[in-house]
Design a protein around this ligand. Structure first.
Ligand code: UDX
Length: 442
């Protein structure tokens, strides 16, 4: 099948490469000239394990190509995916649909034969129907359907998530004369390779598919905020949050995943999607108070972590040298969007701390987001050199392997604030550290 992918960002690029790997002919349209040049050169502008080889292999096999011309990509395509960005709009937190609507108009102008226009970007309820209207207004003669196919991949394990998803969600226009049957046939054919691994492909109404994405992400964000609050409670009452989370998670109705406490969730999806859901729900007159609370709890948590770091070191951070391990919002990515490290380091810098940071992959991406005056180091141990306090912000595997004695030898102080619970408390204490973690009281 011929596929056009409008947008070569995270979701667009991963989806395009995976659809090509399924044996389809995929043309990616990217308007940013630098990004396009990089992609054509085989340089992948994001850090995602395995993506470079997948792109290179499929480009070499002639199944994956990159261009800037929508008309070229759309000609002969049976499925046209919109995977452009939907950043939060300034002011109200609603998703900004400028790029989505623009893509719809450009597709309409370029389209010929029947195709399904599929939204992969996370968009508010009603957007797919609006896309259909825009296409109809632009070209009343066209034969097309719209579908919504939200993407659930996680950064850092994006390819595995795409190839072996828990489920695929497809929204169809069930009010169309054929009830969406023709679009359903196209999408079914596209996802046929997943039938082999018995991944469920669920067909539903357009609006339901759009809402399912927000509901899923918001639920996971709520789950994280829940365990974060439980961790704080564990600290106060002398309980251990890991035992608690295992004890809860083994109940099949709860599930073990996303019950790991930390400094608050970040990334390009959870903060944006939770906020957008609260706005959608308010406007619809059915406010989601649980998600409103989740947003507030998470924002407050990120800020509160700076206070926790200061308190662990005796109160004030002024003049204290703090080693910071990890800057990205999670490991295996160079993504800094909404990373908890940003509000935490802004506060520590304001309060006069001397900051030495190391991140295995995200250092370049981090600089523009962080306050000036931070020293960027070559390794974790380099960051730890003569530090009073060591703080873990992201759970990169290489930090887990750091020997307590090596840290003790490098540092001048003996305080560790491990906001991802990657170290063994007993081993750290044995090495002479005042070791603070999340929900595992001393
Ligand atoms: C997320 C969703 O998982 C994915 O389905 C959606 O399509 C996009 O958003 P991603 O942003 O890549 O994916 O990251 P994810 O691995 O889900 O982590 C999000 C944040 O939650 C990170 O900051 C992570 O550190 C935090 N987190 C996650 C926790 O603090 N505790 C957990 O138990 C799990």
């Amino acid at each position: 099948m011929r596929i056009a992918m409008i947008g070569g960002g995270y979701v667009g690029l991963v989806s395009a490469a995976c659809f090509a790997e399924f044996g389809n002919q995929v043309s990616v349209v990217e308007i940013d000239p630098d990004r396009l040049a990089a992609l054509r050169d085989g340089r992948i502008p994001i850090y995602e394990p395995g993506l470079d080889t997948l792109v290179a292999d499929n480009a070499r096999a002639g199944r994956l190509s990159f261009g800037s011309d929508i008309a070229d990509a759309v000609t002969g395509a049976e499925a046209i995916f919109i995977a452009v960005g939907t950043p939060p709009r300034n002011g109200d937190g609603q998703a900004d649909l400028t790029y989505v609507h623009q893509a719809a108009r450009q597709i309409a102008r370029a389209m010929g034969d029947y195709a399904v226009i599929v939204t992969k970007s996370t968009v508010p309820v009603g957007t797919s129907r609006r896309i259909a209207e825009i296409v109809r207004e632009t070209r009343p003669d066209l034969d097309f359907d719209v579908a919504s196919n939200p993407e659930f991949l996680r950064e850092g394990s994006a390819i595995g998530d795409f190839m072996r998803p828990d489920r695929v969600i497809v929204g169809l226009d069930q009010t169309a004369p054929d009830g969406g049957a023709r679009a359903r046939a196209v999408l079914s054919a596209l996802y046929r390779p997943l039938y082999l691994i018995e991944a469920p492909v669920l067909f539903m109404a357009l609006e339901t598919a759009e809402l399912t994405k927000y509901a899923s992400n918001s639920f996971l964000a709520m789950k994280i905020s829940f365990i974060n609050e439980m961790a704080d409670l564990c600290d106060k009452v002398g309980a251990n949050v890991h035992d608690l989370s295992r004890g809860m998670g083994l109940d099949g109705r709860i599930g073990r995943k996303f019950l790991h406490p930390g400094p608050g969730y970040g990334g390009s999806c959870f903060p944006k999607d939770t906020l957008a859901l609260t706005r959608i729900a308010q406007e619809a007159g059915a406010p989601t108070r649980l998600i409103e609370a989740t947003v507030g709890v998470n924002d407050a948590r990120k800020v509160a972590m700076a206070g926790r770091i200061a308190a662990a070191g005796g109160g004030s951070v002024r003049g204290r040298r703090i080693a910071v391990l990890g800057l990205t919002f999670k490991p295996e990515t160079d993504d800094m969007r909404e990373s908890p490290s940003i509000p935490i380091l802004v506060r520590l810098a304001e309060q006069g701390a001397e900051l030495r940071a190391f991140d295995p992959v995200g250092m370049q991406a981090a600089r523009p987001h962080l306050p000036p005056g931070i020293t960027y180091c070559d390794s974790a141990l380099d960051a730890a050199r003569d530090a009073d306090t060591l703080v873990v912000l992201t759970e990169w595997n290489e930090f887990r392997a750091l020997a307590p004695n090596a840290l003790a030898a490098a540092m001048r102080g003996r305080v560790i604030v491990d906001l991802r619970n990657i170290f063994d408390p007993a081993a750290m204490r044995a090495a002479g550290f005042h070791y603070h973690s999340v929900g595992r009281p001393i």
